[in-house]
Design a protein around this ligand. Structure first.
Ligand code: HOZ
Length: 428
């Protein structure tokens, strides 16, 4: 496949946009080459500016769980746009999507909408700090909670992809309040709590990590965090930006049966428009302005187009809860196929998967945290990525990202992908 026009467009973009992209991981720096410029997308497929059709395993990094240009979402946005695109005043739509989210997600009474997952997590820790009157937070190495200052400490996703897990520009004063723990390691968390008595406001965690590849929690890890938080007056924040409305209607809280104190959303909740949200029980949420002292605001928060898209998406998922099983079955089928062909071709690998999230790591050891994720062979990943691109398959241009399965994928698409992986892995 040729990507000539994409390369030309990238060269033009580089002149006026830093690195040619508006989010670093899109730039292909970790895998080499130039990014693909998309013209349109429908269902499971991307159509690029060179006329190529690609099977999409990223799906806008998660939101397009029912496929691209999903009709009910598109219609809702188009109809809503005709009524005006932004008011900075309340609309009934906001209450409708809030009520539906509160119905679908366990353990929340109220939800506040923002514009991105970054904003959701940033606001959630401010709320946790205000509510507990403590300053420190614990985060896990390799987890990514967006790019606000407190979280760019051993951050995953593009931050590790580009070797800046601790970004310049984050002051030492901010960094000192973020304590780092190892994912899936409860004793490490307990040590930090003991060393900082009555100082920790919140533990923030991706309950299934998705920004160092996909790393499911070990048995007992989430339950243990819950207990440590309860015992020590710490709020447990689940960053469900990737997992919310994806692994189950109620996210990991429902799947694992573990309650968080605050939960953050993004991606699926906006149906492909820029939406984030954070939610909790009323006593915590009422601590937010205008009811309480913790300030948080936004001109475009609750934007009617974004709310219309999100509402149509949540309604579709709520009406068809079987979708989560279908997604899980498709992902398991894909994982089994990849496992089979890589094994036959004597490739050293580990596949991590849960629900509709999957990642392939080129290392033989179990990938359970940042350290083990970092051991993957990036040279093999590059060959894998570019080989698949030539076969018309688009996976994330970084070994540290999860693939997101969409319900629009057919079993023919999955078989095609497995055959392509067979072909590509013979060349390693
Ligand atoms: N933070 C996203 C991956 N975990 C990347 C978003 C983007 O580049 O569009």
């Amino acid at each position: 496949m040729l990507y000539k026009r994409s390369s030309q467009l990238f060269a033009e973009a580089e002149k006026v946009i830093p690195g040619g992209v508006n989010s670093p991981v899109r730039a292909f720096k970790a895998v080499g080459g130039t990014p693909i410029f998309v013209k349109s997308a429908k269902g499971a497929y991307l159509y690029d500016e060179d006329g190529n059709k690609l099977i999409d395993y990223i799906n806008s990094w998660g939101p397009m769980i029912l496929g691209h240009a999903y009709e009910p979402v598109v219609e809702a946005v188009v109809e809503r746009a005709k009524l005006g695109t932004s008011f900075g005043m309340p609309t009934e739509l906001e209450t409708q999507i809030a009520a539906l989210a509160v119905k679908m997600v366990p353990n929340i009474d109220k939800i506040r909408f923002v514009n991105s997952g970054t904003e959701a997590c940033m606001s959630a820790i401010r709320l946790a700090r205000g509510y507990t009157k403590r300053d420190k937070i614990i985060k896990f190495a390799g987890c990514y909670h967006g790019h606000s200052d407190s979280f760019l400490i051993q951050a995953g996703s593009g931050a590790i992809t580009f070797g800046s897990p601790n970004s310049p520009g984050v002051t030492a004063g901010t960094a000192k309040d973020t304590l780092l723990a190892r994912y899936n390691d409860l004793s490490n968390v307990a040590e930090l709590i003991t060393a900082n008595p009555n100082e920790i406001a919140a533990i923030i965690v991706e309950p299934v990590a998705g920004n160092m590849g996909c790393i499911p929690p070990k048995e007992g890890f989430l339950e243990g965090l819950r207990q440590l938080c309860t015992d020590n007056g710490i709020l447990l924040i689940f960053d469900e930006v990737m997992t919310g409305f994806r692994l189950a209607a109620g996210g990991v809280q429902e799947l694992a049966g573990v309650s968080s104190d605050i939960v953050c959303f993004g991606k699926v909740i906006g149906g492909g428009l820029p939406v984030g949200a954070f939610a909790a029980r009323a006593e915590i949420m009422n601590y937010l302005a205008p009811l309480g002292p913790v300030y948080q605001a936004g001109t475009l928060s609750g934007n009617p187009l974004a709310m219309a898209a999100g509402l149509a998406m949540l309604q579709a998922l709520d009406a068809d809860r079987e979708v989560f099983n279908r997604l899980k079955d498709k992902t398991a089928y894909l994982a089994a196929g990849i496992d089979r062909v890589l094994r036959n071709n004597n490739v050293v690998f580990t596949i991590n998967t849960i629900g509709s999230m999957i990642s392939v790591h080129f290392d033989e050891n179990a990938v359970v945290d940042f350290q083990t994720a970092a051991k993957g062979d990036n040279e093999t990943f590059k060959k894998f990525f570019h080989g698949l691109l030539q076969e018309g398959i688009y996976i994330a241009p970084s070994a540290y990202e999860t693939w997101f399965i969409t319900d629009a994928l057919t079993y023919e698409d999955l078989d095609f992908t497995i055959q392509a992986i067979d072909k590509v892995s013979k060349t390693f």
